[in-house]
Design a protein around this ligand. Sequence first.
Ligand code: PEP
Ligand code: MG
Length: 578
Amino acid sequence: MSIVLHGFGLGGGIAIGKAYVLNKDLNDVAELSLDETELEHEIKRFEDALIETRKELEHLRNTIPSGAPAELGAFLSLSIMMINDSQISKAPIELIKEYSCNAEWALKKQTEVLSRQFDEMEDEYLKERKNDVVQVIERIFKNLSGNDFDWECGGKLEKGILVTKDLSPVDLVHFKESKFAGFVTDFGSMTSHTAIVGRNLDIPAAVGVGNATQLIYDDELIIIDGQQGVVIINPDSLVLNEYKKLKKSFQDSRQKLRAIRKSETVSVDGVKVDLFANIEVPSDVEDVKYNNADGVGLFRSEFLFLSNDGHFATEEQQFDAYCEVAKAMKKNPVTIRTADLGADKNPAWNLAHGKSDNPALGLTGIRLSLAEQSFFKTQLRAILRASNYGTLQVMFPMISSAWELKQAIHQLDLVKEELREEGIPFDEDMKVGSMIEVPAAALSIKGILDLVDFISIGTNDLIQYLLAIDRCDESVNYLYDPLHPSVIKLLNHIIKSADKENVPVSMCGELAGNMKLTRLLLGIGLRKFSMYSSNLLHVKNVIMNTNISELETLVAKIVKSENREKIYELVEKLNEGI
Ligand code: PEP
Ligand code: MG
């Protein structure tokens, strides 16, 4: 039977392939019927998972921090005893033999048996121990199924479609190395960093699809429509053929766009526009160059610190990464944003800071860098040293006031002084910029403009804070509205203020790459756009087919209006012909 699911599309066209379902928990496990010859291997897998879990728990018991509650040691010892109990260590093996089934299924069956026994107990204290047992079993299950996914997965998964509960932004950086044709997640919102990095991959994807991991089974044929956010499980031949045609036409139109790769980005009335690219890791530069971007408008350097193993990039590693990009882009500017960590980009070493009830309003971006001075200075040293090898610019994230920006610039000056004393060369004229993504900074922008060489508008956070909607919370996604009158008015205010002070202004948030908004932004006065490379030619095509001087009247009406329907109607009119 064919089933259709809906989520948020991240673009990338259409993918048709077999599902590879990951991240299941114990409840999602399916029974597999194994061959007699496979049972020995299955039992060994289960025994290895037991050994691994025992090791983990022993390690935890041996490294209990001082000051931890005394019960913790006793609890961990008890957990280790549970693993050794035959109900957990032996019964699943008997089930594997009896039913010729997979180890996960056997563990699930045994968990159900144990759960029932606990539920039937009269003693409340003993009844509550059920959770302790389930926790231990879940640990075994994780070791059994493998937590660490092999992103460089072999040919078997080529052109397959990954279906998983969720992916972190870092997972998606690994995704670049994999051979999947697309991905589907249960969770995820449109403007989370997962979605942003996902779009950058330029492969068909849908996030926030609900219970995809429950409804899709391994090896089932699925279609992802990345434009519409639609996922079709087991399509019938009619639907399949229709999507094959759509896929072909998407590929053809993309091929056509390639013809403008080398053309100058100039509007019909001769206005030159700069198109920059957003990158996360140095290897993204390949696409930047292929699409002939004018430079890198946003290097999200925090991805250098987000490795899963909890270690963060040293000065040398950072220097190498920045140099690689600087050299590859030659004379074209490369804007390195200092680490914008916190909220949904929280490295393992920062988890202590991350324990905030409201992380998006907590110690993120420049706040974290200013609180962790040696970390910040190390990054500034690496950027300054690399500035000697190309045209680097530095930019600070999450600035909320001129005085906060002054503190960041002060740290930069201190590091420059250090380098001068050490005789280490750097670009003395390296440009310094500020992100404008906190409404307070946008409203009191004059003080900021006085301190910088350029600004860049981060519309993802600007909209989040202006409209009070957590960008990672899919339940408020419906409120995310780039055409909200307040958003348009604030963008207009930022761009006009920067123009007045002769400070170059670019936009590096998602709106810059949305071709439905290109004309509106041009009309407001934006002349520098930075976006993921895959969108660059779409936006360029719109610019090359736009007469900016003809936008004026309509755009003025849009900026003035507070009527949502009217704004949508006028923007549609503005976009006629594209
Ligand atoms: C933004 O907020 O618009 C932005 C570009 O930064 P990030 O998405 O990395 O927070
Ligand atoms: Mg931001």
